[in-house]
Write a protein that binds this ligand. Structure first.
Ligand SMILES: Cc1cc2nc3c(=O)[nH]c(=O)nc-3n(C[C@H](O)[C@H](O)[C@H](O)COP(=O)(O)O)c2cc1C
Length: 358
């Protein structure tokens, strides 16, 4: 069955091409997830490694859904929940998945493939209609995950992505078609249904979304773009820095510096995170002692919104598409703009004859 059709069957409220809200830890909460789904996308609550607020986030989401035009099909909640598996508590997660039955769960960075299989098996037992999404960043990861856990969707994350991802990676333009070819070949050989492929990393507007669809994705994830929406749970300083930064290949970097300063350690050596370059990063690269850098970071926390900026020290996780984020826009409007625009871009291409020379 074609990807878009499968998506419409699995998530009956969506419109295609599917626009997905990334489960940004502590930033994408009930408001954002529900607004994205209300607009025909799929919104995820970003739990990250700490499940302690998940129950109240889900309660808040349930109330918002009740007041909206969204319906609960087969008692399934029309939003997803995203976990960073290496730190999240499995028992709490599973009991809430059983209670709320989200349309999808999104797993990322498990400690091992066997741990991922444990999360997957328990989720399926707790809520059989909940679809399993796993975010991967390489062809090797895609093959291992597909083989062992048989997820419903693979989120293929290219190295332009904001926040955490593989230290060593490739952009979507090469990663996605290679993953697609290999996953389809492998699934054919093993006689299993291939996962839906969803693209993440550097998709900010309709042009990027159209490109990802052309590369073989059935839907796109936006993280950085949603940081500039009123629903993002971030401070004004963070949002202003997102709007200020441009030329993301130069103004952002992948690093472990920000995690080390913030104390969000526990990530494996294989992962780091992309953020806007600031004074903490420049000082670390110039050899400043980590303790000294941390002290300066902690001082900066007292400055409020003034703590963000090129000459400041608070962390601005964002992808290399940050320069394309130029205005604050409601999350639902972003979903509609990107979805309708990507269709228009693709139709426009069809209209103009393109000569392909090999
Ligand atoms: C601020 C921020 C926080 C993020 N937090 C998470 C997270 O908690 N879990 C996760 O799986 N991915 C997280 N991501 C990565 C996204 O899932 C996604 O891969 C990425 O945002 C896509 O690239 P883009 O930022 O260029 O849109 C985060 C991204 C950002 C920008």
């Amino acid at each position: 069955m074609e990807g878009a059709q499968r998506l419409r069957e699995d998530y009956p409220w969506i419109q295609t091409p599917l626009v997905v809200g990334a489960p940004m830890r502590l930033i994408a909460l009930a408001d954002m997830a529900v607004e994205i789904s209300k607009a025909g996308g799929l919104g995820f609550i970003g739990v990250g490694t700490d499940t302690s607020n998940l129950s109240s986030d889900l309660q808040a989401a349930a109330k918002l859904i009740e007041k909206s035009s969204l319906t609960m099909n087969h008692d399934v909640m029309p939003i997803g929940i995203g976990f960073i598996n290496w730190g999240a508590d499995l028992d709490t997660a599973i009991s809430l998945i059983a209670q709320y039955r989200p349309a999808a769960v999104w797993f990322f960075a498990p400690t091992s493939i066997s741990s991922l299989c444990e999360w997957t098996a328990q989720t399926r037992k707790a809520s059989s209609r909940t679809k399993i999404w796993v975010q991967i960043g390489s062809m090797k990861e895609a093959a291992e995950v597909m083989h062992a856990a048989r997820p419903d969707a693979l989120v293929v994350q290219g190295t332009d992505a904001g926040g955490h991802g593989l230290v060593q990676g490739a952009s979507l333009i090469t990663l996605l078609p290679e993953v697609s070819d290999n996953v389809y070949a492998m699934c054919k050989e093993e006689g299993i249904s291939p996962a839906i492929l969803i693209a993440a990393g550097g998709v900010v507007d309709a042009r990027g979304a159209a490109a990802a669809l052309a590369l073989g994705a059935s839907g796109v994830v936006l993280g950085t773009r949603f940081l500039a929406s009123p629903e993002a749970n971030i401070s004004k300083g963070y949002r202003d820095e997102i709007l200020r930064a441009s030329d993301g290949g130069q103004s952002t970097a992948r690093s472990k510096v920000y995690d080390n300063l913030r104390g969000t350690t526990g990530w494996s050596e294989t992962h780091n995170a992309r953020g806007v370059i600031n004074k903490s990063y420049v000082d670390a690269m110039s050899g400043m002692d980590e303790e000294e850098n941390k002290k300066l970071y902690e001082e900066e926390m007292k400055k409020g919104d003034a703590g963000w900026g090129f000459e400041a020290r608070m962390t601005t996780y964002a992808g290399s598409g940050v320069g394309l984020v130029r205005e604050v826009k409601p999350a639902g409007d972003i979903v509609r703009e990107v979805r309708d625009g990507s269709t228009a871009v693709l139709e426009g291409l069809r209209g103009s004859p393109i000569e392909v020379k090999l």
